[in-house]
Ligand binder design. Structure first.
Ligand code: ADP
Length: 392
């Protein structure tokens, strides 16, 4: 083989290259030749491609921006042009093409045509998109964590400075001790709950939550939750209407965790409802389930926040302004605990200022469970969900 064979071999390469689509255009940009890969890739027989303007293979958006003309112009006047972009098939579908357009000049330097070589890189493009999305969500969650740490510092600092000034008051005015102790108790309770919530988040993420299942009437944890948030409700002059079905609503669940769930929902309603608001608590049953609704006429939730309210560290913008306390972990614990019980929780809001409604659904205890209760032998198993390791 010698150098004179090369043009024939190049022609064979152009015809037989199975990955690379090759197009040759005249100086006006009309297609004069293409290889088999090009026909396959664009979905046209070669006879239909010949004579077409190159621009007909571009997407309408790129054609409107006159990208095809720009590519040929640059290739004609300076250098090869990279042309990584979406291109159009005969059936209207698109693929991500990567390649080059080259201006073909004769000995005198006159442009006698163009060659375009490209390949389908849709897979690579999709992988890149996925990676980009993953990077973005890592960055987002990092930002959430940073915001969370800032909020946490405030949440811890506020009670600590209240405790510090309490100590000062007791030192200077010993008569104030009993008043100050009340404040100590409230602030310590707040700090304790904060630590418990944080521990719960850690336990859930490491699969170390312990649930003490027992058959009981869900009205008990509901009543306990109402009692525990009543100082908050009274402090904000809210009215609470309770519509609780007047029959036992038996569930097989951990009553302490259910109380925590309903306290969280009620406390949120109290926090995110302007003073003197109305909160409604409903409990009923149907379709083998118990339904508990917590409804308020408060600040509501914008549609863009709704899908994220149960995510860890999510705090609505208007919520942060309305209630300074809160770490954005309460609702994520609500969802985790309810799902660990085989139930579900949903949120509804018609938007800002239109109130919110949270609905918890839990399976009713089955016949065997109910029988065990009616013989007064409640099954109280200490069931560990996830790894059976000691709680940390
Ligand atoms: P936190 O209350 O500590 O911010 P949560 O996880 O309990 O965290 O709630 C997450 C977010 O959901 C709140 O910041 C708030 O934007 C929104 N939210 C929860 N409950 C209500 C409610 N009843 N009314 C309006 N917004 C609510």
């Amino acid at each position: 083989m010698n150098e004179t064979d090369v043009p024939a071999l190049l022609a064979l390469f152009a015809q037989q290259s199975s990955e690379n689509a090759l197009l040759i255009m005249d100086p006006a940009g009309a297609i004069v030749w293409c290889n088999g890969t090009c026909e396959r890739l664009f979905g046209y027989p070669g006879s239909e491609l010949r004579g077409r303007p190159l621009r007909s293979l571009f997407t309408p958006e790129d054609a409107d921006k006159r990208i095809p003309e720009y590519e040929l112009h640059v290739a004609a006047h300076s250098e090869d042009v990279n042309n990584d972009r979406w291109m159009l098939r005969a059936d209207g579908s698109r693929f991500w093409a990567t390649g080059n357009t080259v201006g073909l000049r004769n000995k005198e330097g006159k442009v006698t045509g163009f060659a375009k070589i490209l390949r389908d890189s849709t897979d690579v493009k999709e992988q890149l998109e996925t990676l980009r999305n993953q990077l973005k969500s890592v960055a987002d969650s990092d930002q959430h964590k940073t915001r969370f740490l800032a909020t946490l510092s405030h949440e811890v600092r506020n009670p600590l400075s209240a405790l510090a000034s309490g100590v000062e008051i007791m030192r200077q005015q010993p008569a104030m001790v009993s008043d100050t102790l009340g404040m100590f108790e409230r602030q310590l309770k707040h700090l304790y709950r904060l630590a418990e919530d944080l521990l719960d988040v850690a336990r859930i993420s490491t699969g170390k939550v312990k649930l003490a299942f027992q058959v009981h009437d869900i009205r008990e944890p509901i009543a306990n939750a109402v009692e525990s948030v009543s100082p908050l409700l009274a402090g904000r002059r809210h009215r609470i209407d309770q519509h609780i079905l007047d029959v036992p609503l038996l569930v097989r669940a951990d009553p302490i965790r259910l109380e925590q769930v309903f306290s969280n929902l009620l406390a949120n309603s109290a926090k995110y409802t302007p003073e003197g608001g109305q909160i409604e608590l409903r409990a009923s049953t149907g379709a083998g389930e118990v339904w508990v609704h917590v409804i308020d006429n408060g600040i509501g939730i914008p549609p863009e926040t709704l899908p994220h309210v149960f995510d860890l560290f999510t705090r609505g913008d208007s919520a942060s302004a309305q209630a300074t306390d809160g770490l954005g972990i309460g609702l994520s614990l609500v969802r985790e605990f309810i799902e660990l019980h085989g139930g579900s929780v949903q949120v509804r809001s018609d938007g800002p200022g239109k109130g919110s409604e949270f609905t918890v659904r839990l399976p009713l205890a089955d016949a065997t469970d109910r029988m065990a209760t009616s013989y007064n032998t409640p099954r109280s198993t200490d069931t560990s969900v996830g790894a059976a390791q000691p709680e940390s």
